[in-house]
Design a protein around this ligand. Structure first.
Ligand SMILES: [Zn+2]
Length: 56
């Protein structure tokens, strides 16, 4: 936990489907995490990826 009151949210959580920034997290280095946002479309896409690994 930082105690100098300096926000250091270098980590960014990005929706891997629509590119929306979902959240930021406090990390030591610049890191991008990929997840899926609450969008119904994105959640649906995420399910497709999980259950059907073949793409094109
Ligand atoms: Zn999304």
């Amino acid at each position: 936990m930082g105690q100098n009151g300096h926000m250091n949210d270098l980590g960014t959580i990005v929706c891997k489907h629509c590119g929306n920034v979902i959240d930021t997290v406090d990390t030591e280095n610049v890191v991008t995490f990929y997840s899926s946002c609450q969008n119904d479309q994105c959640k649906d896409l995420n399910s497709e990826v999980l259950f059907n690994d073949s793409d094109s």
